[in-house]
Ligand binder design. Sequence first.
Ligand SMILES: [Zn+2]
Length: 113
Amino acid sequence: MSGLDKSQLIALLEYPRRRILQSMELRYCPHAGFYNPTDMECINCHQGMECTWMNHNDETIAVERKTVEDLKQQLLVAVDFIDSSLTPHHLSRRNCECENCIWLRKVQQTLNM
Ligand SMILES: [Zn+2]
């Protein structure tokens, strides 16, 4: 039981989706970003985490059919990703207004972290 609104969580997935896609070097991907769990190239790929995430949360995937718990998990993975892409400069500023920090704060408020 949780008071979380699914559509709220889905809306929050939009930002990391854009960011992760930007960070991926799809030019070098022989599968154009479609993760194949049986392909050695995919398993050993340095973009494995981003790629797996994208393939779970892409717009073409029916995220609205996921449970709140699933969506929360995916958001937490995205938080790790965005968090690790930030320089310490952001983290030391309590009220940083860049879109990364704004998004992180929004997720924290929504998930009540
Ligand atoms: Zn920032």
